[in-house]
Ligand binder design. Structure first.
Ligand code: NAI
Length: 246
């Protein structure tokens, strides 16, 4: 039996793209999974139907809103009793050069990618402290490590996640909780499919491994960090980018 069987994971944006691959890997380890989603309810419901062997619950909410996050955490605690693993995965991009970017476009991306991770983490961390165990994994990006033209809002939010990861790691380490970040490069999901083909071809040319990554290649690192046996890794950033940034 898996050493994660019966544990509870909360995965934001867990019904699509990288989040879906993470949910699937944790489900395969026997975890019960609370899936946060904003609009993709059909995908979330499909995931539940496909895995009757574990308890999967669906929680709709806008992660940019502190009240929604508090409600989602309450719902999850009511249903599952606890959260052993939180994966802050939900994210969006709104690309424009800083010169043209509006304050709303800046705020929107910061609120979802950075504030959302803070709201969810602060919602679950007390329970983890009380139990003396827990895993928080933040999905950042290579863009947070190296910056990018047209992505000042996204790069700032994703770089901000490194600060959140390391500070929370320090604040919780004595209680056996680990907090880590993964920084994917360009991964084949809806987010990357939105990039025009000729721009994408140019990006692939710059990737030493000469291809995009898959959602499962990110999910397997998240699964590794979520494992109870990975308890000596905290405050770390795992780059998964095909060598794009070293
Ligand atoms: P996606 O667009 O397929 O999925 C994003 C998820 O976030 C969706 O499930 C959506 O429901 C959720 N979401 C968006 N706004 C939300 C809101 N306001 N409230 C609640 N949930 C919301 O994107 P993908 O590619 O799977 O990305 C997942 C994470 O990985 C994001 O944080 C993204 O920034 C990050 N990432 C993605 C990369 C890629 O190449 N696809 C590269 C590096 C990082």
């Amino acid at each position: 039996m898996s050493n994660m069987a019966g544990q509870v994971a909360l995965v934001t944006g867990g019904a699509r793209g990288i989040g879906l691959a993470i949910s699937q890997r944790l489900i395969r380890r026997g975890m019960n999974v609370a899936v946060g989603y904003s609009r993709d309810d059909a995908a979330a419901d499909r995931l539940r139907q496909e895995h009757p062997e574990v308890t999967i619950t669906l929680h709709q909410g806008n992660i940019a809103k502190a009240d929604d996050c508090a409600r989602v955490v309450d719902e999850v605690l009511e249903t599952h009793g606890r959260v052993d693993v939180l994966v802050n995965n939900a994210g969006v991009t709104v690309d424009k050069t800083a010169r043209r970017m509006t304050a709303e476009e800046w705020d929107h991306v910061i609120h979802i990618n950075l504030n959302g991770a803070f709201y969810m983490s602060s919602g679950v961390v007390q329970g983890m402290l009380d139990r003396g165990s827990g895993r928080i994994i933040n999905i950042s990006s290579v863009i947070g490590e190296k910056g990018n033209i047209g992505q000042a809002n996204y790069a700032s939010a994703k770089a901000g996640l490194f600060g959140l990861t390391k500070s929370l790691a320090l604040e919780t380490a004595r209680k056996g909780i680990t907090v880590n970040a993964v920084a994917p490069g360009f991964i084949e999901t809806e987010m990357v499919k939105a990039v025009p083909a000729e721009i994408l071809a140019g990006i692939v040319e710059q990737i030493p491994l000469s291809r995009l990554g898959t959602p499962d290649e990110v999910a397997r690192v998240v699964e590794f960090l979520a494992d109870p046996e990975s308890g000596y890794i905290t405050g770390a950033v795992y780059s998964i980018n095909g060598g794009l940034y070293m």
